[in-house]
Design a protein around this ligand. Structure first.
Ligand code: UD1
Length: 421
């Protein structure tokens, strides 16, 4: 197992090229199950979660040529329709094959994703929506067994909660259903938007893209001709490097981004006193005279993303005063708190609310353990300003979602080496 050894208090400066978005690439790769031709995809992030999904698609019978950021994937001759436990247990997002497999083949089995480090994370809303479209769903021995007579039928789905992968699963299912599906209270994250755009380019009629009401005209099980496409930039990776600039109070530029996708995050940096410069595809964060505390409530896009909560908590430890962070989406997404406290941070928890009493210069390097993807990046950020050396263990979590994190940070002046335990 690898760990990162980080010597803190180095000045950062320079620019970071942002990779393709993991959370866009995952549903888009799953959506190739709906394609009638080989699909060319560029700007794929080079991260473990993508390789996991490719392994799963390979087990289903897909073939591909994959070189780091480009892939040509052929799902025409899929033979298998079972996503087994050994894959799904390593990545919950494997659930994204459920909608497209069922829509194309009329049956599939997908292992039920269990709980995870950030909470229960049920998939009940995915299943309820598929049932409304005519699917018969059974849960047997830890597997979701889904079948439908003929095609899934268009229906009006009203999601009780805004769910990102739930919306994506139903959009993909609806694309090959018989008739019209309306999704009310749909997620409108940029990753959902790109999935809809790619399907629309392939000839699926979709109205309301980018809103919370999607109307999808199904093709009655006809696969559709995908055009080549490029994955959108990773707004969470982008936000994480801006946090590296923020926590060290240095100037850091991120390139290859869509600044609009970062609006909520950039507004918080400005509230904290940092200056932000933007052009069409880049954002630069400039030091604050005084880092001010913040109030953050995580919510759906375009609000402040839960996937940036841990990183902002690390930055808040450097502010002058008390920050309040309310995690509204996931009940157990504070695993980084105890590790930050071990580094000297003053953070108290009360239900969904973390109160961070910031003091510049308070963090001290020590051994800490990564617990989930974004919690891990918060620990790396904290280590950048800690006194002395921090060892961040269990960084396989980081490798799931960050493309060469330590290389990108070293390029802008950080002192980080990857070692073996
Ligand atoms: C996706 C992202 C993840 C991000 C999250 C919220 C991917 C691969 N992952 O996860 O990085 O943190 O959106 O922006 O894109 N819920 C239910 N029942 C369901 C589905 C969801 O109760 O069937 C609840 C969840 O427990 C959570 C909320 O709905 O409280 C939102 O979760 P959801 O948007 O579904 O998260 P994911 O799609 O799993």
């Amino acid at each position: 197992m690898d760990y990162l050894e980080i010597i803190g208090k180095k000045n950062l400066s320079g620019s970071v090229k942002i990779s393709g978005a993991k959370n866009a690439a995952l549903p888009l790769l799953a959506s190739t199950i709906l394609s009638s031709n080989k699909v060319q995809i560029t700007n794929l992030p080079n991260v473990v979660d993508i390789r996991t999904l490719l392994k799963l698609l390979g087990m289903l019978g897909a073939t591909f040529n994959h070189d780091n950021t480009n892939i040509s994937i052929d799902t025409i001759n899929l033979t298998e329709t079972k996503a087994t436990y050994d894959i799904v247990k390593t990545m919950r997002a494997s659930i994204l094959v459920l909608g497209p497999l069922l829509a194309r083949f009329g049956h599939c089995e997908v292992s039920l994703p269990g709980g995870c480090a950030i909470g229960q994370r049920p998939v009940d809303l995915h299943l309820k929506a598929l049932e409304q479209m005519g699917a018969k769903i059974e849960i047997k021995a830890g597997y979701i067994l889904a079948t439908v007579d003929g095609a899934l039928k268009g229906a009006t789905i009203v999601f009780d909660k805004v769910t990102v992968t739930g919306t994506e699963n139903i959009v993909m299912a609806a694309a090959l259903a018989l008739g019209t599906t309306t999704i009310v209270n749909a997620a409108k994250e940029p990753e959902v938007v790109q999935l809809c755009e790619v399907l629309a380019d392939a000839g699926v009629k979709i109205e309301g893209i980018g809103t919370n009401r999607l109307i999808i005209e199904g093709t009655n099980r006809q696969t559709v001709p995908f055009k080549p496409f490029k994955i959108i930039p990773d707004r969470i990776e982008a936000g994480t490097y801006l946090c590296a600039g923020a926590i060290t109070n240095s100037t850091v530029k991120i390139e290859n981004v869509v600044p609009m996708h970062l609006d909520a995050v950039l507004a918080k940096f400005e509230e904290m006193g940092y200056k932000i410069l933007k052009d069409e595809t880049s954002v630069t964060i400039l030091p604050a005279n005084e880092i001010k505390p913040i109030h953050i409530t995580t919510t759906e896009y375009p609000g402040f993303p839960t996937d940036m909560q841990a990183q902002f908590m690390a930055v808040a430890t450097m502010a002058n005063g008390v920050s309040v962070i309310d995690e509204k989406l996931f009940e157990n997404r504070f695993m980084h708190v105890s590790e930050l406290v071990r580094m000297g941070a003053e953070i108290s928890l009360n239900g969904t609310v973390a109160t961070v009493t910031g003091t510049p210069q308070q963090l001290i390097g020590t051994d800490v353990m990564a617990t989930d993807l974004r919690a891990s990046s918060a620990l790396v950020l904290a280590a950048l300003v800690a006194e002395g050396t921090t060892k961040v263990h269990r960084i396989y979590h980081l490798d799931r979602g960050y493309d060469k994190l330590e290389v990108k940070l070293v390029n802008i002046g950080a002192d980080i080496v990857r070692e073996k335990e």
